[in-house]
Design a protein around this ligand. Structure first.
Ligand code: F3S
Ligand code: F3S
Length: 128
């Protein structure tokens, strides 16, 4: 059994969970963090501190994120070549790397596009 970090963490990476984990089994990738299932001791300290509710016990994962148990586990296999080895960080699981951007506010062009649209709807002047 293990806890799992699911999709809400992607591009957020609040890292509050890392400070709580007593066995340091939460590792950072490019776009998300991953829990090493071989090291997690199921203490649950990480779950309540995540501001975007990205952490779940593997038995409680919502159906749409059921594959995140594998995503977390495979991240460590792909980095070290052996399951259960601590990762050194960097990179992402291929499924995470392939996700579209989760948070358009982090991208200036998208923010501009959203604001301009809203301004047009509200019949407000907006610089072009
Ligand atoms: Fe991610 Fe939440 Fe931890 S956003 S880094 S799982 S506190
Ligand atoms: Fe750490 Fe959370 Fe497991 S705090 S030990 S990753 S349940």
């Amino acid at each position: 059994m293990t806890y799992v970090i699911a999709e809400p963490c992607v591009d957020v990476k609040d890292r509050a969970c890392v400070a709580e984990c007593p066995v340091d089994c939460i590792y950072e990738g490019e776009r998300t963090l991953y829990i090493n299932p071989e090291e997690c001791v199921d203490c649950r300290a990480c779950e309540p501190v995540c501001p975007v509710e990205a952490v779940f016990h593997e038995d409680d994962l919502p159906e749409r994120w059921a594959h995140y148990t594998s995503v977390n586990a495979e991240y460590f296999v792909s980095l070290s070549g052996e399951p259960g080895r601590s990762a050194t960080g960097g990179g992402d699981h291929p499924l995470i790397a392939a996700l579209p951007g989760q948070h358009p506010r982090k991208k200036g062009i998208s923010v501009f596009a959203i604001r301009k649209e809203e301004a047009a709807e509200a019949d407000l002047w907006f610089p072009s």
